[in-house]
Design a protein around this ligand. Structure first.
Ligand code: ADP
Ligand code: MG
Length: 362
């Protein structure tokens, strides 16, 4: 992948900058978790200080429009942002030519999610180059991630580069000492990681709904617990009897449902984490939004923070949980990617990275 270091002179360059601003927003229109926006500050500042004209393109699922969030985003990014309602407003901004603008929610344009070439061409109008700093969106084949790279000279942004380098290193690290902690829901995104690392890690510790899925696939009775209907098919071919795959032995139960791992399981998981040299964690151990089912996630989050191991965590709910616990700055690396991090770890091809010339299997 070409990076910012490959750009001769940034001064006056008009840059389409794909960022990830997909943050949760509270009912009060306050950004509930600003982590992803904060992680874009450095690159935006670097480009603007070098004299580039920057238009930030991003999407948000929690709201229809960025409009009401612009003052908050501007404060987080640390500079004033012009707000552009539609892609048609871009060429005029680029002609005036200075500073940083934010284009409204790119997913307001249905062409975005269709990876539409005509739309990408329209979006590219007036720009000199494209920078993708949105690692968390790279598993999507969308116009501002994929088709756009056919319209403009394209570069990996520094955060994207850093995410790829850190996760690649983690994959390449020896199986011995490598502990994967997997929780949460969405079996389709988690089972490929479990399947891959069963033979490539010291242990995979599973909690959350994905543990229910595995127990069910093994033939255990999980009562009224939530499970993924597709899980058995997704787990087909996985060696579920492998002793590296560590499932909970006790649970916090409410109305017949397993809603958190129990204390004996947490203690056992911690014993693995204490001996690890690298821990990769995605997904809460239970329904942590309810304090009654937070203990498993708290114990595991604390153990990873306190262990001497290198620690990589990711996932929107995982980050929300560790933020609540006051532990967000206690890990070696916090990925902005949830689905993208899992896809990368699983060894899947990410269209956004391929579009930048990255070969996952090189
Ligand atoms: P992340 O966003 O970190 O990748 P997920 O989105 O996969 O995590 O999963 C988080 C969700 O899983 C949370 O809403 C949590 O309440 C839910 N969850 C975890 N364990 C359980 C459980 N045992 N039963 C029901 N829901 C659970
Ligand atoms: Mg989530």
């Amino acid at each position: 992948m070409k990076t910012l270091a490959d750009i001769e002179n940034l001064k006056g360059k008009r840059i389409l900058f794909r960022a990830d601003f997909d943050v949760p927003v509270g009912t009060d229109t306050r950004i509930a978790e600003p982590f992803r926006i904060i992680r874009q500050k450095e690159a935006v500042g670097f480009l603007a200080d070098a004299g580039a004209v920057v238009v930030i393109v991003a999407h948000i699922a929690a709201m229809d429009s960025f409009r009401g969030l612009v003052p908050q985003i501007s404060a987080l990014i640390g500079r004033p942002l012009a707000f552009l309602e539609t892609p048609d407003a871009i060429p005029a901004f680029l002609r005036e030519g200075s500073g940083v603008a934010l284009l409204d929610n790119i997913r307001r344009n249905p062409e975005e999610q269709h990876n539409d070439e005509t739309f990408a061409t329209r979006l590219a109008t007036g720009f000199d180059l494209y920078v993708n700093n949105a690692f968390a969106v790279c598993h999507r084949d969308h116009a501002s991630i994929s088709a756009i790279t056919r319209m403009l000279p394209s570069y990996a942004g520094p955060l994207l580069e850093h995410e790829v380098a850190t996760l690649s290193e983690a994959i390449a690290a020896p199986a011995r000492g490598k502990v994967i902690v997997m929780g949460g829901a969405k079996a389709a995104t988690k089972t490929p990681v479990i399947k891959r690392f069963i033979a490539e890690a010291e242990a995979i510790l599973v909690g959350g709904v994905i543990a229910n899925d595995i127990l069910k696939a093994k033939g255990d009775d999980i009562g009224a617990s939530i499970a993924d209907d597709n899980a058995a098919a997704l787990l087909a071919g996985a060696d579920l009897a492998n002793k590296a795959l560590v499932v909970p032995q006790d649970f916090v139960v409410d109305q017949g449902r397993y809603l958190d791992i129990g204390p004996a399981s947490a203690e056992r998981f911690v014993s693995y984490i204490k001996r690890a040299t690298l821990v990769i964690w995605n997904g809460p151990m239970g329904m942590f939004e309810d304090d009654r089912f937070m203990a498993g996630t708290r114990v595991i989050a604390q153990a990873i923070a306190d262990s001497g191991a290198k620690s990589i965590i990711g996932g929107g709910d995982t980050i929300a949980a560790v933020r609540r616990l006051g532990l967000l700055d206690r890990y070696s690396f916090v990925s902005t990617g949830g689905g993208a991090m899992l896809a990368f770890l699983a060894g899947s091809e990410l269209p956004g990275l391929t579009a930048l010339g990255y070969d996952n299997h090189a």
